[in-house]
Design a protein around this ligand. Sequence first.
Ligand code: 5GP
Length: 198
Amino acid sequence: MLAGPTAVGKGTVSADIRARYPQVWLSVSATTRDARPGEVDGVHYHFVGPQRFAEMIEHGELLEWAVVHGQNSYGTPRASVEERLAAGVPALLEIDLQGARQVREQMPDARFIFLAPPSWDELVRRLVGRGTEGPEERERRLATARVELAAEGEFDHVIVNDDVHRATDDLVSLMGIDPVPVPGAVSDATSAGAAAGA
Ligand code: 5GP
């Protein structure tokens, strides 16, 4: 389970896992929020309406769920997680603190990992920099972030996200997977060399 405050880079780490560690299964959450540009239904989230979300709760389809940032609901579909775990597939849930606490009660053997920003100022800079939220939503997210950062001590491991590839490698190592080299790093060096030589 990976948790951490808004804009710490959970999405970037997830994307890096998709790209470099296809053997890791990433749980796809259901959410009532609208898709952001570039987000694909069924890949990044299942974008469901509030009615369907309520139905999922009622039918016990969610392993955990929470209202995050006091606004939208997010939840982990139970069946897909249980299938992967039964098949021995390494599974990663990227959820908020409230959800992580619920999963911990139901799955005490799960690893509880906190992705932390290098500093508070850097977190604010990343949130403003990505520009996906207006000032009001940003304030709401920063208020949640303060609460989440204070809960860091509840986690089994803390990974500081000052370098995405390193943070991803630390995460997969905790899942028992050997880190692999970053493919782009070699070709970048080659193209830099080629450019310098040209
Ligand atoms: P965002 O709207 O930026 O994609 O996500 C907002 C927050 O919702 C993040 O902190 C993320 O970890 C959390 N989140 C995403 N999926 C789930 C989920 O299935 N359950 C819970 N409890 N939180 C989630």
